[in-house]
Design a protein around this ligand. Structure first.
Ligand code: UDP
Ligand code: MG
Length: 320
């Protein structure tokens, strides 16, 4: 089996406006470092715009390009998983379709990788241009909180933009979970991983494919996938409330002994309402884990491929 030196893997959802420029810039960057020995793997994640026809057109004209059409929108992390599964390269670059991460950094990242004998070079965002204050703020808080509650050291301010060796990728691919927080899973794999600091640009075209709902889901997958701290939190709260209720019981008993037993609708309601809220919150948290346990137990395939376009004949991973 002959592997290309480099695979560039790009998940795409409604990115028709970015694909031509993306293809041109990745091709130039790849050619600079490995000559002709590369492939570009584009994954169409059930786009509703013309992304798939653009991919077919590009792949018809460029033998380096493999385009994979998923059966529907599976979400960023699963689309990326599909690409990582199906790519064949010795080294793998993961990059977004919107050109927020400059493909031209491939050269310097690869140099660092070789100079240091690293298995993963992950790109750390120093600046983020053209993104809302809300997005930057929530991202900053999220990564710092995640860092506090996980046992896996997941690098701060790091997306999926990274260069990996085949050895690190194969290790990553051996992780079977359904709820996939890829940047955390790659960190978990270990080997020698080094940061590469860069400035993140504005989107080339279109708008973010991560609205608030998806961001929350993504964050929950990250937290539940890499930490059981919320479950421990339940027992901590329980312990704290037990202590508080002992004090309250003492107070009530003393009151009773002193003859003023019936009193305090306000305090009763406060306690009932507060405990009800805490219990619901904790139940919800347990539910998050339970739901994921259920999803994992079904062992469904992570993604389904509908069509493949490009030079699939002889492709190491696609089995043609
Ligand atoms: N993406 C995807 N499937 C989705 C959502 C996003 O494949 O359901 C891709 C998207 O096309 C892009 C990458 O994931 O290449 C990151 O998305 P985006 O740039 O919108 O996220 P942001 O940079 O705003 O966090
Ligand atoms: Mg983006």
């Amino acid at each position: 089996m002959k592997r290309p030196k480099l695979s560039v893997v790009v998940p795409c959802y409604n990115e028709e406006g970015c694909l031509d420029m993306l293809h041109a810039r990745i091709s130039a960057a790849a050619r600079d470092v490995v000559g002709e020995d590369y492939e570009i793997v584009l994954i169409n994640d059930g786009s509703r715009d013309g992304s798939w026809s653009v991919m077919q057109r590009l792949s018809a004209a460029d033998p380096h390009l493999v385009a994979i059409n998923l059966s529907r929108n599976h979400g960023h992390q699963l689309a990326l998983t599909a690409g990582l599964d199906l790519c064949a390269g010795e080294e793998i670059l993961i990059i977004d379709a919107d050109l927020q991460d400059p493909p031209e950094l491939l050269g310097p990242m690869r140099e660092l990788m070789h100079a240091q004998g690293a298995d993963v070079i992950y790109a750390v965002r120093r600046k983020r241009e053209g993104e809302s204050l809300f997005k930057k703020l929530t991202a900053a808080v999220f990564y710092r909180m995640l860092d506090r509650i996980t046992d896996t050291p997941i690098p701060l301010d790091t997306g999926d933009f990274r260069l990996m060796t085949r050895r690190a990728l194969d290790a990553f691919l051996s992780l079977p979970e359904q709820a996939r927080f890829i940047r955390g899973m790659v960190a978990w794999v270990g080997f020698r991983q080094l940061p590469f600091v860069y400035d993140r640009h504005e989107r080339h075209a279109g708008e973010t494919k991560y609205p608030l709902g998806k961001m929350v889901r993504f964050a929950l997958d990250a937290i539940t996938g890499f930490s059981t701290a919320p479950l421990r939190f339940a027992s901590h709260v329980g312990l704290l409330l037990t202590g508080a209720s002992l004090l309250l019981m003492l107070y009530i008993l003393v009151g009773w002994l002193m003859g003023n037993a019936v009193q305090g609708w306000t305090s009763t309601m406060l306690v009932v309402v507060f405990l009800g809220a805490v219990q619901m919150f904790v139940l919800g948290m347990i539910g998050e884990y339970l739901g994921r346990l259920y999803v994992e137990s079904k062992r469904r395939p992570l993604y389904l491929v509908a069509d493949v376009a490009g030079p699939v004949k002889g492709h190491a991973s696609l089995g043609y």
